[in-house]
Design a protein around this ligand. Structure first.
Ligand code: ATP
Ligand code: MG
Length: 646
């Protein structure tokens, strides 16, 4: 045991280390490095061994250690911060704000845990949580963690079919849901989708617990299956549910990838490795002390929600903001109002959300004093330079692009303000985060590409703690999907990247977002960047459309900052020519878009990812596929209309 944690000298030196030294320590001496980080969390029984990589590419972390995510997120803080804020629930949809202290959070989580236990849920049982952003969602997540049940949160925007697919994969004993969510002032019914999905599924849950908000007047309960949470809670008001200690490598949750590129995979996460990785990022990456507030604007249905709305802030002893609502309601200053009111130190959002704010009246950016805010982190999709410049000018703080995946659970590329904040380079999510030995390799040969050349971003195995331990119920798929593209069991991110002379990384899009024009392989992202550099363009999606001669040709879909620019006769053709010329100038003739369509909205998922697959399908006259996470149904009509016009 002692050997695992013998690196105290390095820990004392941490603050003196620069980024390079810190990263090198994590790669050269993973046992020492992670042994040190492991001290950031509570262990009921300390680990015997930091790492066991005897069965590659599977890796076990903190072997023999016993811990619990709920204990670390809640119980552990009762001694020092029982009365401090833990959960700040704000709904601009129902106009409610409820602040829970750590002591109150403890009570609510125990009640929820007791309810689940009373329904027979125990260690290893799965619970699907299909919930809007209400406090009970967080209670139910932590309640599962407390009793060793495996939660699988399914994003509330998914339709019955998607839910059924996940039900059949996870085979839950119980589901937790709500009568309805709210979006833009309208109730969005959830419960009837659960009913539908249970009819579709082969392995529906025995019980469905409903947190009734009173939003769906037509709510009906299925006899013998559906239970009202308020009634159950009332029976367990004083419950104290003992924590179930888990071996570090036992599963904590399943989270399905968003499915942007295909059938979702059930990412399985461990307990100890995840807790340690998250705790370390609060310190070194998000640079936030216990007691300081974090505000991540994502949804619990996504990995950002799991890691940085729920677990990491609470493990750190930081209040977390749990926000239900749009960024522009009641007005586009709402997020800054929240930042000011709760003295948020670190904020986490997405480029899409920033673009939404950018198209609003600028006065909302200065209405509230946000001098408490130290950093804004953005992730999930490429951050273009104009958006990045605009938001950093408006907030006058570092805006940090960082890159990661559902699979990894925490950042892979970033700047590290808690260690050594390097100067920002626009368009770059920075450098490999400690623990990740990242390389950029040639897709064909697998050899490392020279600086400045594009290749596939891969991670040398084993993956650091907190990353997926396997694909739920399918070890083969885990190996096949992630470790079989290249030799030496390299983990493939399936994203293109390039590293510049100074080591800054740039993400160039997904390896499957590639267009093959007359034998040339072009990344859609590069063409999009070129188009975006035209000053009139607000947003763009580029896809490859089948072409008899060339194989594929690039086609662009653009949203202009000022659509009235196209009102004059001949203006559309002129703009199209200008944009095509811009691409030719920057990337050469092969990359020239065949044509440019102008639309008022682009099809995106609720998490802000462009649905290139669907646009491409429409452009080729095929079925656009599963659109249940489409953010704005009108956007698809826009694409249809634009294609029809040409
Ligand atoms: P699926 O794997 O099911 O197709 P997905 O990849 O969209 O879904 P996520 O894991 O949520 O699901 O997204 C991770 C991906 O998002 C990355 O692989 C990358 O393509 C993109 N991404 C994330 N952060 C950034 C960033 N900072 N810059 C550019 N791209 C990013
Ligand atoms: Mg992915």
């Amino acid at each position: 045991m002692k050997a695992a944690f013998s690196k105290t000298t390095e820990a004392e030196d941490t603050h003196a280390m620069n980024y390079e030294e810190f990263h090198r320590w994590s790669i050269d001496d993973p046992e020492g490095f992670w042994g040190e980080q492991a001290q950031l969390i509570h262990w009921n029984k300390p680990p015997q061994k930091v790492r066991d990589y005897s069965n590659p590419p599977f890796c076990k972390w903190f072997v023999g250690g016993e811990t619990n995510l709920c204990y670390n997120a809640v119980d552990r803080h009762l001694a020092d911060r029982a009365d401090q804020n833990a959960l700040i629930y704000i709904s601009t949809e129902t106009d409610e704000t409820v602040v829970y202290s750590y002591a109150e959070l403890y009570r609510e989580v125990n009640r929820f845990a007791a309810v689940l236990q009373s329904l027979g849920v125990g260690k290893g049982d799965r619970v699907i949580i299909y919930m809007p952003m209400i406090a009970e969602a967080l209670f139910s997540i932590l309640a599962c963690a407390r009793i060793g049940a495996i939660h699988s949160v399914v994003f509330g925007g998914f339709a019955a079919y998607n839910l059924a697919v996940r039900i059949d994969d996870a085979k839950p004993k119980v589901m937790v849901t709500s009568d309805a969510g709210m979006r833009g002032g309208k109730a969005v019914p959830y419960k009837h989708l659960v009913d539908e999905s249970c009819n579709l599924a082969k392995f529906p849950p025995e019980k469905v617990v409903i947190c009734n908000r009173g939003l769906d007047k037509g709510l009906t309960l299925v006899e013998g299956r559906d239970l009202d949470y308020a009634t159950l809670r009332a029976q367990h008001m004083d419950a104290e549910v003992p924590v179930v200690w888990l071996e570090s490598n036992e599963p904590s949750y399943i989270l399905y990838t968003s499915g942007t590129t295909g059938i979702p995979k059930g990412v399985q996460r461990d307990v100890g490795g995840y807790a340690v990785a998250l705790a370390s990022t609060m310190k070194h990456l998000y640079h936030i002390n216990p007691g300081e507030t974090m505000f991540a604007t994502s949804d619990i249905g996504w990995v950002v929600g799991h890691s940085y709305i729920v677990y990491a802030p609470l493990i750190n002893g930081s209040p977390t903001i749990f926000y239900e609502g749009l960024p522009i309601r009641p007005d586009p200053g709402i997020w800054w109002k929240i930042v000011n009111e709760y003295q948020v130190r670190t904020m986490f959002s997405s480029p899409t959300a920033v673009r939404v704010l950018k198209s609003q009246d600028q006065k909302y950016m200065t209405e509230h004093d946000v001098s408490c805010l130290r950093y804004l982190f953005l992730a999930g999709e490429p951050l273009d330079e104009p958006t990045s410049r605009w938001i950093s000018d408006a907030l006058k703080i570092p805006v940090i692009d960082h890159y990661w995946q559902t699979e990894t659970g925490w950042p892979m590329l970033s700047y590290l303000p808690g260690v050594d904040l390097k100067p920002n380079r626009f368009g770059s999510p920075g450098f490999p985060v400690y623990g990740y030995n990242i390389r950029v390799i040639d897709e064909g040969t697998g050899a490392e590409v020279p600086r400045g050349e594009k290749g596939v971003l891969v991670v040398e195995p084993p993956l650091p703690p907190g990353c997926l331990s396997t694909v739920w119920g399918d070890d083969k798929r885990f190996v096949q999907s992630y470790f079989s593209s290249f030799k030496d069991l390299l983990y493939t991110s399936s994203d293109w990247a390039v590293r510049d002379e100074d080591g800054y990384f740039f993400i160039l899009g997904r390896t499957d977002d590639v267009i093959n024009v007359a034998g040339h392989r072009l990344g859609t992202r590069e063409i999009e960047e070129a188009i975006q550099s035209h000053s009139a363009v607000a947003e763009v999606a580029v896809i490859g459309v089948a072409d008899k001669v060339k194989g594929q040709v690039p086609v662009g879909f653009c949203r202009l900052k000022d659509p009235s620019q196209l009102d004059a006769a001949g203006a559309t053709e002129k703009m199209e020519k200008e944009i095509i010329a811009k691409v030719q100038e920057l990337l050469g003739a092969v990359a020239k878009p065949h044509n440019i369509h102008f639309v008022s909205a682009l099809p995106k998922t609720r998490s802000g990812k462009l649905l290139r697959r669907s646009i491409q399908a429409l452009a080729e006259g095929r079925d656009p596929g599963d659109l249940s996470t489409l953010d704005d149904p009108n956007s698809l009509e826009e694409v249809r209309r634009a294609i029809g016009q040409h």
